[in-house]
Design a protein. Structure first.
Length: 221
């Protein structure tokens, strides 16, 4: 934990057979209880807290770092999505992003106050931004070259954020529902024609690397 965050945890004695490890990093706190057994110390409990409220434990240290980074320093401060750098008119988007963009535009067509666009974040990654009258969502993509072609896939860590217009971050609370909603949003509407992908000539639903197929390693002490 000290290596990953630069902050050393503290250890306190719970009783003669148990100790508690506490790691405080800004508004986040990790607590782990270890109990003595015949084969040594074994972790019996592990929790993450944000502002003293229990939160879902991130699957990896990069996810933990991203969660910490997006938290306002003041718990009362509103959450905000980062500003995106607009794309140059000459920018050629990877086929996977074009597909997602086209599907979102189809699904949102006719909905008042809804819009969808693509920009870049501070790390130069593509971000699909969906804005509505009540909330906005950012979906982050990472790019790579495969068989000489520029490809994109959903970023493996904290790829999706949802923030309401009141400044409440709903990402953690609705993650499960969000994955299902995205699978529907990015699938072909019933009776609709396929959106052609540059260089592929076919359509496909969310697959490897998509929100319904994300993988992560367990965040281990």
């Amino acid at each position: 934990m000290a290596r990953e965050t630069g902050i050393r945890p503290t250890i306190t004695q719970v009783d003669t057979t148990a100790i508690r490890l506490t790691h405080v990093n800004g508004r986040l706190r990790i607590e782990a209880v270890f109990k003595r057994s015949s084969s040594g110390w074994k972790r019996s409990d592990y929790q993450l807290f944000q502002d003293d409220e229990r939160r879902t434990t991130p699957k990896s240290w990069p996810e933990y770092a991203a969660l910490l980074e997006r938290l306002p320093s003041d718990a009362a401060g509103p959450a905000v999505l980062p500003d995106l750098t607009p794309l140059d008119e000459q920018t050629t988007l990877p086929a996977e992003i074009l597909r997602c963009l086209g599907q979102c535009e189809k699904r949102l067509r006719g909905r008042e106050g809804a819009s969808v666009s693509v920009g870049r974040d501070s790390k130069g990654r593509y971000v699909l931004a969906i804005r509505g009258p009540k909330a906005s969502m950012h979906m982050t993509f990472e790019t790579q070259r495969r068989h000489g072609r520029k490809c994109a896939q959903i970023a493996p860590n904290n790829s999706i954020r949802v923030v309401t217009i009141e400044g409440k971050d709903l990402t953690e609370e609705i993650q499960g529902k969000l994955n299902k909603a995205l699978a529907r949003l990015l699938s072909e509407p019933p009776g609709g024609a396929g959106t052609a992908e540059a260089g592929t000539g076919s359509t496909q639903g969310p697959q490897g690397g998509g929100p319904s197929d994300r993988r992560g390693t367990v965040l281990r002490l």
